[in-house]
Design a protein around this ligand. Structure first.
Ligand code: SF4
Length: 448
């Protein structure tokens, strides 16, 4: 039992205001930093003004993201004055220091220790046993019922449009036992869906030669298949992101067919023309992707395939682009995101071939989206009259908002669920799908 907390034993804890920009991977970094600071007794402030300091976790992937990061730093300086910058932009401290010489400290991506050490200097921790209490699963920024699980840092690929390996370094995989223990804790704390992320999930373990580590009294290898299988035994939904179409990915599809991991693959294909893929230096670019997709669907007919593409890559010809449209027709992907190529400072791609004119990029983007939209809509319509398991993200008095196994949070569509009793966030209901619109499904809960 804890002794009473009295006014004399509690002094005000230092308050940290946190801005988290960028991708889900950066969000996981933010969660780790916050967990650590909370464990040391720091509190999170609601705004910059009332805080002792501000941490800005930046994104430096595209120039537009850098601009957003710089604006966030400027705002934090204006409203608070004591600012620690971390994340991808921290790998380029000169850019930040040039614009904002008053920044308190700048640390690079994944340098948790340096961030915490800078926080200690800016506002020393107070060792108060009452404030040091921390739930074992950590403090999470994502809703409680789903969590991102980062299995590695960095990347061994060298895609010509990407500066992530320069910012984050080569692949460093976590031991399987370590990942599984974190997953286990999350599930014990009520997480119902684990989203596996990294820069290249299919490359997991390559750097540590697939070394085995102990978990639950046995040895588990740091291999994509082994990890997916063990994660699938925890009783939560397991969703795999950023997987490349290497042959060994085929091994995981039976786990999907058996219901161990979600029948969902997020594969960033980026293009279909061999010339463009070669210039992009994409991993697994030599694989016959349509053939691969066909095999995946044969093994697991329910599989949902999501991907992202870049149009207007330097040197992309009309013929390359048309090849991509034809590929889309063949591939019949379920969900697709498309970006117009944006030259990232320092990326090799910018000098590989002539840039595609902005108006051509724009046109191609619209043509691409139109073509894919018809496909996505047709595939979504096939769900009408079926029953789907739906995880509830937002409760409502008559209609709740959730996602089926085919929908990842933030990036895919939603399922709107009417129910005779209010549904709880995190609950998984069986829903009869009644109609589909452009991106979303609508239905009624028929089982709880
Ligand atoms: S796989 Fe390519 S795009 Fe992805 S992080 Fe690695 S280098 Fe960048």
């Amino acid at each position: 039992m804890h002794p009473d907390k009295t006014a004399s034993t509690v002094t005000a804890a230092p308050k940290v205001s946190f801005v988290s920009l960028g991708c889900p991977k950066a969000l996981v970094d933010s969660e780790r930093i916050i967990t650590r600071l909370r464990a040391e007794g720091y509190e999170l402030a609601r705004g910059h003004a009332g805080a002792d300091l501000v941490i800005v976790n930046t994104c430096g992937f595209l120039d537009s993201a850098k601009a957003e990061s710089l604006t966030a730093i400027g705002q934090a300086l204006k409203e608070n004055g004591k600012v620690i910058v971390t994340g991808c932009m921290g790998a380029e401290p000169e850019t930040i220091a040039e614009r904002y010489p008053d920044v308190f400290a700048i640390t690079g991506p994944q340098q948790y220790e340096s961030v915490v050490e800078a926080v200690h200097r800016a506002a020393p921790p107070q060792h108060d046993p009452f404030l040091d209490l921390l739930p074992p699963e950590g403090i999470k920024l994502t809703p409680r019922h789903y969590a991102y699980l980062k299995i590695s840092e960095g990347c061994n690929n060298r895609c010509s449009f990407c500066i992530i390996p320069r910012l984050r370094g080569d692949l460093v995989s976590r031991a399987a036992g370590d990942v599984l223990r974190e997953a286990e804790k999350l599930v014990a704390a009520g997480v119902k869906e684990l989203l596996v992320i990294s820069q290249d999930t299919s490359a997991y373990g390559v750097d540590i030669k697939y070394a085995a580590s102990a978990w639950q009294g046995r040895e588990v290898r740091a291999k994509f298949f082994d990890l997916a299988r063990e994660l699938g035994s925890l009783g939560a939904w397991v969703r795999l992101h950023y997987v490349y179409p290497y042959p060994h990915v085929d091994d995981v599809i039976p786990l999907m067919a058996e219901g161990k991991v979600l029948p969902y693959l997020d594969v960033p294909f980026q293009h279909a023309s061999p010339d463009v893929l070669k210039r992009m230096k994409r991993p697994a670019a030599q694989e016959k992707t349509l053939e691969r997709i066909r095999r995946w669907r044969e093994m697991c007919p329910d599989i949902t395939l999501r991907s992202t593409f870049i149009v207007g890559f330097p040197g992309e010809t009309e013929a390359d682009f048309e090849m991509l449209l034809d590929w889309l027709d063949e591939a019949q992907l379920d969900r697709v995101g498309c970006f117009k190529y944006e030259p990232v400072r320092g990326a090799v791609a910018n000098d590989l071939a002539a840039a595609v004119a902005d108006d051509v990029k724009e046109q191609r983007w619209h043509r691409f989206m139109q073509r894919q939209q018809t496909i996505s809509q047709r595939r979504l319509k096939r769900k009408v009259e079926t029953r789907q398991h739906v995880i509830i993200d937002e409760a409502g008095s008559t209609v709740a908002k959730g996602r089926s196994k085919a929908d990842a949070p933030e990036i895919d569509g939603a399922v709107y669920v009417a129910s005779r009793r209010p549904l709880r966030v995190g609950e998984i209901a069986t829903v009869k799908i009644e109609r589909a619109d452009e991106y979303d499904l609508h239905g009624t809960a028929v089982g709880f």
